[in-house]
Design a protein around this ligand. Structure first.
Ligand code: OXD
Ligand code: MN
Length: 587
């Protein structure tokens, strides 16, 4: 035992009595203990040690074939009142949820070891940092939490005698799909996850704590937990400005977070620094501005499509001390492979389930949601402020989605409240859209649809309140869309590193250095103010990318109105007023 914290010890005793493990092991975070666990996982086949020369310290793990992604339909917010979970979450009464889960957890760890993982989200000692304890019967979880969080003794020191820790209970149990549940009890600071071994469901520090529970804590305590990357853009004078950005899954968040500047900017001495790729905790600093911190310690990235061209920095991050899950395996070289890594799948490859694979087998070698869990410090462009206890001050907040026609390349909100409206109306279209066809719109406010731990209407009100609190020191809010399609269904904007050209306009706006044109939806750049030097597009293309189709926007306003209707009187009046304002400007 490594603590005298009676709240913690009592809770662990209660959980032990429930899951009945053969033994309990406290994770102290020492390399010695971790190495022992790696050896054990190799002996049982839970992990395969990869080529020590090519991929030092790296391992391959395979999850159950029916257990490969987050399960939104089995994810619940268990608040006392149903309206506190809101219309966008699955809800269960907390008492009923505990009653239902108790027999599932009862004896689930018989014959197994229960690992006690103390961890912090954020560096221990930081005013942002929060403690979680995860109890689990999975070595894979322990080793992955070691990459994704700060784990071990330091976390207990940070906690001291406090009762303020998130109680996470996880058991793989029998991996019984019909009894798989990811339940959050925000009012109890508690998460119970059972019958899954997949990262997003079982690395409880990430989506479960750092977004769902933390968003609820932030509402109570006056801060925000957001599904956002954080990046720093350094100019040739060495000044760094920070932005946070929210995009739905599969919109290139990790790519933007680790962006490599185009040649024309590199030459001049511009640099981009990655502070975080998925989650931002944001709070007012002593200077009255909003400061953001990445509570995680690693990246849980999607492997397929990652290559030296699409995301050099992410690929580099996976070259040591990384755990790969459900990618393909090359037994000859003892390395890994996935679709989009290169065009030459090695001969003799085994697919993500360990079955022989060849390009003719007509199936994917790596699972489309195969992942890497990589230490953030591996990233060549990791920000020097990554460990900063105070986080970084935000100049801008960026929302975005995947829209074929409606949203322009970039626009700025009129003010904070209008920016909250823009975020609340965020949406992406399904990508299968054939040439020119417009996909189905899925609303994903602030990219938090599956991650907000309470009523989304109350969450929007919290955003509005935070803006009031910081007043004119608030970051400026923008919306971007890298995904406009031409009539043949091709992307018009080059994207990737060239997105920096848009970031430059955004930061110029924040500095009062760039003009804008007022449109019904917000402020837009003058087409000639987006730098296209070195690109094979013209100012007319940029003009096209910035065009606002009033008819499409009238439809959009209707879509927002329908979505808002779900929230009844939880919809903040200020957002209703914003919608009316948009409609009036479009008329
Ligand atoms: C993620 C997600 O895994 O947003 O980060 O789905
Ligand atoms: Mn995410």
């Amino acid at each position: 035992m490594m603590t005298n914290n009676q709240n913690l010890l009592k809770w662990i005793e209660d959980m032990k009595a429930l899951v009945k493990p053969d033994q309990v092991v406290w994770i102290d975070g020492s390399e010695e203990q971790l190495e022992g666990l790696r050896k054990e996982a190799m002996a049982t086949g839970e992990m395969i040690k990869l080529n020590e020369e090519k991929l030092p310290g790296c391992y391959l793990h395979r999850s159950d074939k029916n257990d490969v992604a987050r399960v939104e339909d089995r994810t619940f917010i268990c608040s006392k009142k149903e309206e506190d979970a809101g219309p966008t979450n699955n809800w269960m009464d907390p008492q009923k949820a505990y009653e239902m889960l108790t027999p599932i957890f009862d004896g689930a760890m018989k014959g197994r070891t229960m690992y006690v993982i103390p961890y912090t989200m954020g560096p221990a000692g930081s005013p942002f940092a929060k403690v979680g304890i995860e109890l689990t019967d999975s070595i894979y979880v322990v080793l992955s939490m070691n990459i994704m969080t700060r784990m071990g003794k330091k976390a207990l020191e940070h906690l001291g005698d406090s009762n303020d820790f998130v109680r996470g209970l996880h058991s793989k149990a029998q991996l019984d799909e019909t009894k798989k549940y990811i339940c959050h009890f925000p009012e109890d600071n508690t998460i119970w996850s059972v019958n899954s071994g997949y990262g997003g469901n079982v690395l409880l520090g990430k989506k479960c704590f750092a977004l769902r529970i933390a968003s609820y804590q932030g509402k109570k305590e006056g801060w925000m937990a957001e599904h956002m990357l954080i990046l720093g853009l350094e100019n040739p004078q060495g000044e760094v400005k920070y932005v946070a950005a929210a995009f739905p899954s599969a919109c290139g968040k990790t790519n933007l977070a680790m962006l490599i500047p185009p040649q024309i900017y590199k030459e001049k001495g511009y640099k981009v620094w990655c502070v975080g790729d998925d989650i931002a905790w944001i709070r007012p600093g002593p200077d009255g501005r909003l400061w953001a911190m990445n509570p995680e310690n690693g990246f849980f990235g999607v492997a397929p499509g990652t290559n030296a061209k699409s995301n050099f920095n992410a690929l580099e991050s996976t070259k040591k001390n990384t755990i790969f899950t459900n990618v393909a395996y090359d037994p000859k070289n003892n390395t890994v492979w996935w679709e989009g890594l290169d065009k030459n799948p090695p001969e003799g490859l085994l697919d993500w389930q360990g079955e022989p694979w060849s390009p003719e087998s007509g199936k994917k070698a790596a699972h489309p949601n195969s992942r890497f869990t990589a230490p953030a410090i591996n990233c060549p462009c990791i920000s020097p402020e990554f460990e900063s206890p105070n986080g970084v001050p935000l100049s801008a907040i960026i929302f975005g989605g995947r829209r074929a026609k409606t949203a322009p390349l970039v626009y700025q909100s009129f003010d904070w409240a209008h920016g909250v409206f823009v975020g609340s109306a965020m949406a992406s279209e399904t990508t299968a859209a054939a040439a020119g066809a417009v996909g189905v719109v899925r609303r994903d406010p602030m990219a938090m649809l599956p991650f907000c731990g309470y009523n989304m209407g109350d969450y929007w009100q919290h955003w509005l309140d935070m803006g009031e609190k910081v007043g004119d020191k608030a970051p400026k809010i923008f919306n971007v869309n890298w995904f406009r399609l031409d009539d043949e269904g091709h992307f018009i904007w080059p994207g990737f590193g060239d997105n920096m050209r848009v970031l430059m306009w955004i930061l110029d706006r924040c500095d009062g250095k760039a003009d804008a044109v007022e449109t019904p939806i917000g402020y837009e750049p003058k087409p000639e103010d987006i730098n296209i030097e070195g690109l094979d597009i013209t100012v007319d293309t940029v003009r096209d990318l910035l065009s606002v189709d009033v008819d499409l926007w009238k439809q959009e306003a209707k879509g927002i109105e329908e979505f808002y209707a779900k929230f009844g009187d939880k919809l903040p009046a200020a957002l209703r007023a914003q919608l009316e304002g948009l409609k009036a400007r479009l008329a």
